[in-house]
Design a protein around this ligand. Structure first.
Ligand code: SF4
Ligand code: SF4
Length: 408
């Protein structure tokens, strides 16, 4: 069987071993000498002192590298090899998207009946030519879709049809391939011709990653945030209640993969609805992850300390802007940052872009994040924390093409 590789390959021949990738890494900021030694070790397949344990697989270094070598993919490759050799710490089980009990299914189990009913309606497998794929993070915060900005969209998807983003970010390439096959069948069952994707991680997976895992996605993938901006600019969505004040953007790690123009979209939407955008110190191609990626290195396996440290770093950066709002365009970032504020209430209140847009459209959106953050924390304390010090290893369970339970 052909060995699986990340979607892009590291170009070893072009690499000058300059170390810029890790010395300018927004997460590690290594001294140049250390950075050079780390890239040498990584290329040689030797254990590194910091990179393999601290990297958040944010892909910023792919855009830092002056030679276009894709160093992030080399890290994914090494993590893949490491997972093959020794698996993950057992504590990673609670964050594994296809485990029956995980951080998302726990939050879903605590949802009010209305939200559960809403996501149940998205589990429909009847034929559809055009759908909106929500992604796991929106499924965990489905209230953000209750806006006229998404009126008429046929939303389809369940937690079983996860895009595999976190597996990819951890170098779990066999799992990515299995996810790709499951999704291929899902989309063929629906017979879709166009898939609109709200979540930026999902956009990247469908456009840039999963097709390289041998599946045939014979439909158009359309990022949906630009469509919303277009509707605003052409008067199809009318601002009746403009907001005022300042907002800082919490960038999705995948924004950079979709390019500058894509990263402009949330900024332009915020300006349209009346908010002035104040940039964080590390933004756009050099932005920090919301915190979840602190747990991606296989040796971390979502260690609570790593998750908390990375989340607080991000909140501190938002606080330093002095903005009135922190705005994410990924519902996963919304969740992590809100959970972080539950632990340490710093920084401006965190909203999803769609929530603020909804207000500006004259709607009165609910913002039920407090109980969600509590449920998230309670789940981690109850189900993951007891495993934190376990020496046992964990491997992702089989991901069959047909999910065992079609219901979310
Ligand atoms: S991957 Fe790029 S930035 Fe990193 S050492 Fe090689 S050439 Fe320099
Ligand atoms: S992927 Fe991100 S965290 Fe990892 S080395 Fe590159 S820039 Fe740093």
């Amino acid at each position: 069987m052909k060995a699986l590789k990340p979607a892009k390959e590291f170009n070893e021949e072009a690499c000058t071993r300059c170390g810029l990738c890790f010395s300018e890494c927004p997460v590690m900021d290594l001294p140049v000498k250390t950075a050079r030694e780390e890239i040498r070790r990584l290329i040689a397949g030797e254990p590194t002192k910091q990179v393999l344990r601290k990297c958040a697989s944010c892909f910023a270094c792919d855009y830092i590298c002056p030679e276009g070598c894709n160093p992030a993919e080399l890290i994914l490759q090494r993590w893949h090899e490491q997972y093959e050799r020794k698996g993950l710490p057992l504590r990673a089980r609670y964050f594994s998207p296809h485990e029956k009990l995980n951080f998302r299914t726990h939050v879903v189990s605590k949802m009010p009946a209305g939200e559960r009913e809403l996501i149940r309606s998205w589990a429909d497998l009847s034929p559809a030519e055009e759908i909106l794929y929500p992604g796991c993070n929106i499924i965990t915060a489905p209230f953000v879709t209750r806006t006229k900005a998404l009126e008429g969209m046929d939303i389809r998807g369940t937690l079983d049809y996860c895009c595999g983003e976190t597996y990819y970010r951890m170098g779990l390439l066999e799992e990515v391939q299995k996810v790709a096959r499951r999704l291929e069948r899902f989309f063929k069952t629906l017979g879709v011709k166009r898939v609109n994707v709200l979540c930026t991680a999902g956009c990247n997976m469908f456009m840039n990653v999963l097709p390289s895992f041998g599946v045939d996605f014979d439909f158009e993938v359309r990022p949906y945030l630009p469509v919303i901006l277009d509707k605003l600019e052409h008067g199809e969505l009318a601002i009746t209640n403009p907001l005022s004040g300042t907002a800082t953007i919490h960038e999705s790690c995948y924004g950079r993969h979709l390019g500058d123009e894509y990263m402009d979209v949330p900024r332009r939407i915020l300006e349209r609805i009346g908010l002035e955008v104040v940039e964080e110190k590390k933004h756009r191609n050099l932005s920090l992850c919301c915190g979840i990626a602190g747990g991606f290195p296989p040796d971390s396996g979502y260690h609570i300390k790593d998750l908390v440290t990375a989340t607080l770093k991000s909140l501190q950066q938002a606080r330093d802007t002095g903005a009135d709002y922190t705005v994410g365009y990924c519902a996963g970032c919304l969740q992590m940052l809100t959970v972080g504020q539950k632990l340490l209430p710093i920084g401006p209140p965190v909203y999803h872009l769609l929530e603020l847009l909804s207000r500006a459209l004259g709607e009165e959106p609910a913002h039920p994040m407090k109980w969600r953050a509590t449920a998230f924390l309670a789940g981690v304390l109850r189900y993951q924390a007891p495993l934190t010090l376990s020496w046992k290893k964990y491997r992702i369970p089989e991901i069959p093409v047909v999910p065992p339970s079609p219901e979310p």
